[in-house]
Ligand binder design. Structure first.
Ligand code: SF4
Length: 222
């Protein structure tokens, strides 16, 4: 099963400071942001495992991808034009998260939270690489692409369906596991599915923010 490694991690200082709201203008906050970006680049171990599966059918709120039924919920129709799906799990490994948690436990809250936010952006950078991969595979077939879909981020697609999605991948190839609550470990890991097919008009994979339950509070929404 293909594994993506050596992903270049680019973290935008502006995007990181966006998470800090009005505090972003304070020199100490800006200094911590620069430090966190350097630390994130040092600690992140980006990797992703992916596979291309046929999408056989979309039946009401579920879709059969490979031989697995995914319960995508009321927006399963987003996958209706797909002939194939690029299924993936990305991670930046455990080291950044452990360091951020340690900082917070020691009372270094600014650095700890800033590093955690930088980790979120580092993980997003791995997701961006997977989006480019999906776009390239679709372009080779003269197809388009769906939004990036994920359990818990697509309203109506429950987090516990992560187990079904991950059954399509060999998570051990990147050292990721699913815990009994169907949460990926290390926590700075994420799953996604992108549909590929001639019926899509989009050529670029976008986030499904408008269908996301966190859209009102998420600092990264588009
Ligand atoms: S709103 Fe935030 S969590 Fe939801 S899809 Fe967009 S970036 Fe991801």
């Amino acid at each position: 099963m293909p594994v993506l490694k050596d992903v270049e991690i680019h973290i935008s200082i502006d995007e990181l400071l966006r998470a800090q709201g009005s505090a972003a203008q304070r020199p100490a906050v800006r200094e911590a942001a620069h430090w966190a970006i350097a630390e994130a680049r040092r600690l992140a171990e980006p990797a992703a495992v992916w596979a291309l599966w046929p999408v056989h059918e979309v039946d009401g709120e579920r879709a059969r991808v490979g031989e697995t039924w995914l319960h995508l919920g009321p927006h399963a129709d987003l996958l209706a034009p797909a002939r194939q799906a690029l299924v993936s799990v990305a991670t930046i490994g455990p080291a950044l998260e452990a360091r951020a948690n340690r900082l917070i436990q020691e009372g270094n809250l600014l650095e700890g939270f800033m590093l955690d936010s930088a980790g979120v952006l580092a993980l997003a950078a791995v997701g961006d690489s997977l989006n480019r991969l999906a776009e390239d595979l679709a372009a080779q077939r003269e197809w388009g692409v769906s939004l990036a879909l994920a359990p818990g981020s697509l309203v109506g697609w429950p987090v516990h369906d992560q187990k079904a999605l991950c059954s399509l991948l060999d998570l051990s190839a990147i050292g990721v596991t699913l815990n009994p609550s169907q949460v990926l470990v290390p926590h700075k890991s994420t799953s996604r599915l992108v549909g590929l097919g001639p019926g899509y008009t989009a050529r670029q994979v976008e986030s499904a923010c408008r269908f996301c339950p966190q859209r009102e509070t998420c600092w990264r929404r588009h």
